[in-house]
Design a binder for this molecule. Structure first.
Ligand code: OGA
Ligand code: MN
Length: 314
C-alpha cells in the first residue's frame, strides 16, 4: 500500500515558474502532505540549486507533517535556544504570537528575535557546519494591503559575480567571524545567552568566498549581518567598513526577490547560496505566524584556500 501511494506522489504533476529575475521560483500542483518519493526530492533539490528559493503553494501541513517532509531533504538541526520551540526542538516559531496564540508586545524577546531576522543573513552561519536549507511555512500572514512583512532573498552567486575584479581579489583570502551572540550587541535588551547556549554555539569563522565542490567550483559570497561584522585578521574598523560595503552591495535590487506571503506557502531556501531577511512591518497591528524547520549542512564552508578546494583543482 505504501509503495503504491509513494508512486502516486512521485507521479504528481507540478509546474515550476520563476518568481524573481535573480532567484526564486514557485512550485504549483504538489500536495506535500502526501507521501513524497526520493525521486521527487532529488528533482526538488536540483530545482533549489537552480533557483535558490522555492515556494510550494497551497499546502496544508501540520507540524509533524512539516517535520516529516523536511527530513526528506536531510537530517534536521535542533535550535540552540530553549525558548523558541513549539513542541519539537527542530521547530522554530517565527512569529510575533506565542505558541498559545497570544499576540506578543514589542518588548517581548520572542518579538525582538524577529527583529534580528530583519538583518540580511543566512541561517546557522554561527555554526561550524551551517545549514543547508530552511523550510518556512505560512500559517498567519499579513493581508495583501499591509506594508512590509515580506521575506527578502538575495542571490549570493549573482552578488559575487557582480563584484569588481579588485574586490574579488581583496576578499579572496578573507574570513568573517560569525557569532550567535552578535544579536545581543544589536539588541541589548535580549536576555544574555545561557552557559548552555554559549557552549553550544561558540564563535566561528567562515571564508567570505564560498566554493561549491558539488557545483564544479561555483563561487558565491558568504556573509551575514545578523551574526557579526568583523573580518578575521583585519583592523576592527577597516573590517567593519568592508563588511558594511559588502552588505550594501548584496542588497542591490537586481540580486533580490521579496516574497509576499500567502497562507499555505512553504518556502524553501538554500542557505549556502542565498541570504534572506524579514522585512519590517507593524508588529503591534498585524499577527504573523510562520513555522521553520532547518536541514543541516553536509560539511564546513570551503573557501578558495581550503585544502579540499585546492585538491579538487578549483
Ligand atoms: C527565518 C527568517 C524571515 C522572515 O525564519 O530564518 O529569517 O521573514 N525569517 O520571518
Ligand atoms: Mn533566517
Amino acid at each position: 500500500m505504501t509503495q503504491v501511494l509513494e508512486r502516486a506522489a512521485a507521479a504528481q504533476q507540478y509546474t515550476i515558474r520563476p518568481l524573481g529575475a535573480a532567484l526564486g521560483a514557485e512550485v504549483l500542483g504538489l500536495d506535500l502532505a502526501q507521501p513524497v518519493g526520493d525521486e521527487l526530492i532529488a528533482r526538488m533539490k536540483e530545482a533549489l540549486n537552480q533557483h535558490g528559493v522555492l515556494c510550494f503553494r497551497d499546502q496544508d501541513l501540520s507540524e509533524p507533517q512539516q517535520i516529516a517532509f523536511s527530513k526528506l531533504w536531510g537530517p534536521l538541526e535542533d535550535f540552540p535556544e530553549e525558548n523558541k520551540t513549539v513542541a519539537a526542538p527542530t521547530v522554530y516559531n517565527v512569529a510575533n504570537v506565542s505558541a498559545e496564540g497570544e499576540h506578543l508586545p514589542d518588548t517581548d524577546h520572542r518579538v525582538i528575535f524577529q527583529k534580528v531576522n530583519a538583518l540580511w543573513h543566512t541561517d546557522s552561519s554561527y555554526r561550524y557546519i551551517p545549514a543547508y536549507a530552511s523550510l518556512l511555512y505560512g500559517i498567519e500572514v499579513l493581508p495583501e494591503s499591509a506594508e512590509g512583512g515580506r521575506t527578502g532573498f538575495s542571490s549570493m552567486v549573482a552578488a559575487y559575480e557582480a563584484l569588481s575584479p579588485e574586490m574579488k581579489a581583496r576578499i579572496e583570502p578573507l574570513h568573517m567571524v560569525h557569532s550567535y551572540e552578535h544579536g545581543r550587541r544589536v539588541y541589548g535588551s535580549l536576555p544574555p545567552l545561557s552557559n548552555f547556549e554559549k557552549n553550544a554555539v561558540p564563535p566561528v569563522s567562515h571564508p567570505l568566498v564560498r566554493v561549491h565542490l558539488d557545483a564544479r567550483g561555483r563561487r558565491s559570497l558568504y556573509i551575514t549581518a545578523n551574526a557579526g561584522n568583523e573580518i578575521s585578521g583585519m583592523p576592527l574598523e577597516e573590517g567593519q567598513a568592508l563588511h558594511a560595503q559588502l552588505i550594501e552591495h548584496i542588497a542591490r535590487p537586481e540580486f533580490c526577490y521579496f516574497h509576499p506571503w500567502k497562507k499555505g506557502d512553504l518556502v524553501v531556501w538554500d542557505n549556502r547560496t542565498t541570504l534572506h531577511k524579514a522585512q519590517r512591518y507593524d508588529m503591534a497591528r498585524y499577527r504573523r505566524v510562520l513555522r521553520r524547520t532547518t536541514v543541516a549542512g553536509e560539511g564546513p564552508v570551503f573557501g578558495p584556500y581550503s585544502q579540499a578546494v585546492r585538491a579538487a583543482g578549483y
